[in-house]
Design a protein around this ligand. Sequence first.
Ligand code: PHB
Length: 359
Amino acid sequence: MALDLFSPVSLGSIALKNRMVMAPLTRNRAGEGGVPQAINAAYYEQRATAGLIITEATPISTMAHGYPALPGIYTDAQVAGWLKVTDAVHAKGGKIILQLWHVGRISHPSLLPNGALPVAPSAIKPEGKAFTYKGLVDYVEPRALEVSELSGIVADFVHATKYSLAAGFDGVEIHAANGYLLDQFLRDGSNKRTDNYGGSFENRARLLLEVTKAVVAVAGSDKVGIRISPVNPFNDMHDSNPQALFNYVVDELNQFNLAYLHAVEGGIHGGGIADPFDFDALRKHFKGAYVANLGYDKVRGNAAIASGHADAIAFGVPFIANPDLVQRYKADAALNEADSKTFYGGSEKGYTDYPFLNA
Ligand code: PHB
């Protein structure tokens, strides 16, 4: 029988009972101090029938925050909160990994310690508005990181990886997508550096590869995935030659034998694709498992798996509104509609109250 969304698969050493991955989804419902609460555990537990859950993007340090009410993965209290999440998911037979996040310039002094300026590869203010506790405000011009500070960023990723493992996660995903710090280094619209971290593909990929090497040394390559978004314009991102850049990045990532490569195959938040891009060609550069994301449904997901384009499919909005998405796809049942007004912030409404098929 041909492979489909319901076929088991292993991503590195992580054995999935099916190929339906819950995509990382920012929900802004963590407790004080970035500590996950019982309601967060309930939300993830409800979705444990996914082959794999990737947590919402999770700041690796106090400087990595860029939105209200995010959970973190750098304090002991956060580890204790996440342990309740991983225990609940594991008790239901699920697998869950944490997405390691540094937002870089997509932040605001009001979200950072002592009103610090956000950090970035270059001092370039992004277009658009920051989400703060006081609503939407203009982004500020970030501070360009000194070369001497970059080992500290790598160290923060390492610390967060250790804390993720202590919190019971089955692995970690390095967030190198969607216009946040590592992506800001990769793409030349946001990286104008003239040192070893700017200019050539080799230089722009250097920080990502240093982070990957360090995270792999802690977690083991078979527990580490990476997410990229080569042509996503969200967060004021652009690159002059994305296909060549990301083919190069993927070629370099091959040296690590990662659990998987996860690609956002377009522009999120309805942003469209700014540049033409051949994701099949990108996929062929990568020697390991490939997780495809963005706008997939059952039919397109099954087709991508049957054709060999993808080994698994990450679903975002469908998993927000359908905790039992796997069962619904199996039964060809109708889906609940997602309420975008409750995506970011609030409590159980639009979070843990979407109905199950057999409720
Ligand atoms: C968002 O909050 O809109 C968001 C967060 C993380 C992402 C993408 C989007 O990777």
